[in-house]
Write a protein that binds this ligand. Structure first.
Ligand code: AMP
Length: 193
């Protein structure tokens, strides 16, 4: 099954896609994780996106499209995947369409997690505190100032994808403010798993 999970930062995309990934035995393709790994490894790509990510902006479309193109050709993605944090712009969605078309593949569903902005700020602040309490590194971009930039980027660049995928008949929206278990349950039903 080929899925996309869509929603603003802090909506629970990472948590839910990890669960769906386990349940369906398909990889979770998180461009955020891939870019953070590149930054950590100090690669050319990492150097190119480090400042953008720290400021809460978006990496260039072609950069993420190239990463995704390589990733979907890996063996574990042949049977399907769940994309988390990609696509984030209309050009990325169009680029993905082209990548899939040349491989004679199609998306099955796009899952939207709906949450309101004030809930997001709380969630991300809590996520940062919990990570710190577990002794884990806190994401540099999980602070109120950068978060507001990330939300702005979402509203301007990514939110239009909701209509875009609805128009293609692929969208399934779920209230992301329910408990993690309830959201998982509804997502599972939405994909018929
Ligand atoms: P995430 O882990 O999905 O919240 O992504 C963290 C950061 O990585 C974002 O704030 C962006 O700077 C960058 N990023 C991740 N995915 C994308 C994407 N599809 N397009 C552009 N930038 C991205």
């Amino acid at each position: 099954m080929r899925l996309i999970i869509l929603g603003p930062p802090g909506a629970g995309k990472g948590t839910q896609s990890a669960r769906i990934s386990q349940r369906l035995g398909i990889p979770q393709l998180s461009t955020g994780d891939m870019l953070r790994a590149a930054v950590k490894a100090g690669t050319e790509l990492g150097k190119r996106v480090e400042g953008i990510m720290a400021a809460g902006g978006l990496a260039p479309d072609q950069v993420v499209l190239d990463i995704i193109a390589a990733r979907i050709d890996e063996a574990d993605a042949k049977a399907g995947f769940i994309m988390d944090g990609f696509p984030r712009t209309i050009p990325q969605a169009d680029g993905l369409d082209a990548l899939l078309a040349t491989r004679r593949l199609a998306l099955d569903k796009v899952l939207e997690l709906r949450v309101d902005e004030s809930a997001l700020i709380d969630r991300i602040t809590t996520r940062a505190k919990e990570a710190a309490a577990r002794g884990e590194p806190v994401r540099k971009d999980d602070n109120p100032e950068v978060l507001s930039r990330r939300l702005q980027a979402y509203v301007k660049e990514t939110a239009p994808l909701v209509e875009h995928f609805a128009g293609k008949g692929l969208l399934q929206s779920i209230d992301g403010l329910q408990s993690v278990e309830t959201v998982e349950d509804q997502l599972t039903k939405a994909i018929g798993a």
